[in-house]
Each structure stands twice: as C-alpha cells, then as structure tokens.
Design a protein around this ligand. Structure first.
Ligand SMILES: CC(C)(COP(=O)(O)OP(=O)(O)OC[C@H]1O[C@@H](n2cnc3c(N)ncnc32)[C@H](O)[C@@H]1OP(=O)(O)O)[C@@H](O)C(=O)NCCC(=O)NCCS
Length: 197
C-alpha cells in the first residue's frame, strides 16, 4: 500500500520532454551523491534553498539531511531513470514542527541545468501527497528579508510572510485539501514564483 508510511514509495514518471524520472525515498547510501550535487548547485539556488548557503555541506549538516524517517522527516529524490547510475537531479523534503505537528518546514531543490523541466512539480506533488497522508496541512520555509522582490511576489502568490529566524522571513502556505488540486494551489504558485526568481 502506498499510504503505508513504513513502505518506501517509488514512482516512475515521464517529463513533458519524454525523460523518464524515478521519484524515490532518500537513503543513507545517497550521502556521497548529495555532497557532490550540492557542489553543482548555483550560488543563487543555494541561497534560495539554504539561508546560510555554506560552500560545502559539513558532516553535521549531511547527517541532518540524511536523518529521515519518511513520516516526520521526509526526503525524496528525483533521479533520471534512463541514465547510467540513475543520477539524482532533485530533492524535496519536509520536517514536521515539534511545536506545531500539522506544520512542516519544506524545501524543494532541482539542479540548475534541470530546472524548468517539471521536476520540481513532480517532487512537490509527491511531497504534498505524503504530507497530507501524515496529517500536515501547512508548509513553512525561510527566505532572506533582503529578497524584497521575491517576498512581494510570494505574498502575491498567496503565502503569508512573517518574521522568522534572525535575518530571514518565514513564509507560510496552506496545502490543498487533496493532492490532485496541487496545480491550482497556493503551494504550487509559491514554488513557481521561486522557480522564476
Ligand atoms: C524552485 C524549484 C525547486 C522549481 O523546480 P523546477 O524543476 O525548476 O520546477 P518546474 O520545472 O516543475 O517548474 C514549475 C514552474 O516554475 C517556473 N519555473 C521553473 N524554472 C523556471 C525557469 N528556469 N525559468 C522560468 N520559470 C521557471 C515555471 O513557471 C514552471 O511552470 P511551467 O511548468 O508552467 O513552465 C527550482 O527552481 C530550484 O531548485 N530552485 C533553487 C532552490 C529553491 O529556491 N528552492 C525553493 C525554496 S526551498
């Protein structure tokens, strides 16, 4: 059963350009690839994804990123199914808030050369479905206050913008009631807005 949180979900999908993609759970064996792919992210993508945007992922941050239970801490990978070694080109994750268990911090990242191909949408679709199945109805994410234009556009896309960690805003967006409404949802509009940043 796909909705059994203990069972890893693997989905095979085809992008609009015909590329085959597998969406699968992140596993400890992904450690080396995660390090390598982080090194391939552009400075802009890093800054949008990681407020602190370190030059390299530290062992501690890697431990943290790989620490998933696929229930309260979910991480899924999009890999190119037809290429040798099925390289990972995108990752999406959420971490449930301890103080507010129906809310989770969420992030989606796609390698720059593969952005705009529909991979972020695939990952977000799966992430939202998993979140809804696990009782989460709101995603939050941090954005630096200095990104004034982006914050204005995120507000226009339906996100609530509030004070977050020092130096950053916390954006908050409701999830749709069912995953099939994703493309009409605020969370999708928010991802599109960041995608075109
Ligand atoms: C935000 C992000 C995850 C989107 O992933 P993606 O794979 O590019 O998204 P998709 O291809 O599914 O595109 C979704 C929409 O975003 C917009 N978009 C994505 N990439 C774009 C680009 N390069 N130029 C213009 N618009 C773009 C488009 O409106 C697109 O809609 P369309 O399918 O109707 O064309 C990706 O840009 C990314 O990793 N950015 C850096 C990290 C980040 O900011 N993460 C989000 C915060 S945690």
């Amino acid at each position: 059963m796909d909705d059994d949180p203990a069972r890893p979900v693997v989905r095979e999908r085809v992008l609009r350009d015909g590329t085959g993609v597998v969406v699968r759970p992140l596993v400890p064996e992904d450690r080396a690839e995660l390090t390598e792919r982080y090194g391939q992210l552009s400075a802009l993508s890093r800054r949008l994804r990681f407020v602190s945007a370190p030059e390299h992922l530290s062992a501690r941050l890697l431990d943290h990123l790989l620490d998933v239970d696929q229930h309260d801490r979910v991480a899924i990978v999009a890999a190119l199914a037809d290429e040798p070694g099925a390289p990972g080109v995108g990752i999406a994750r959420y971490a449930r808030r301890r103080d507010d268990p129906t809310t989770a911090e969420a992030a989606v990242t796609v390698l720059d050369p593969h952005q705009g191909r529909g991979i972020g949408t695939l990952l977000l679709t799966e992430l939202v479905a998993m979140a809804l199945e696990r009782g989460i109805d709101t995603f939050v994410a941090d954005v630096m206050w200095e990104n004034h234009d982006l914050l204005d556009r995120l507000r226009a896309a339906g996100a609530e913008v509030m004070p977050g960690e020092p130096g950053s805003a916390s954006i908050r967006v409701d999830l749709p009631s069912t995953p099939d409404r994703l493309e009409r949802s605020r969370v999708y509009q928010v991802m599109r807005t960041v995608g075109s940043a």
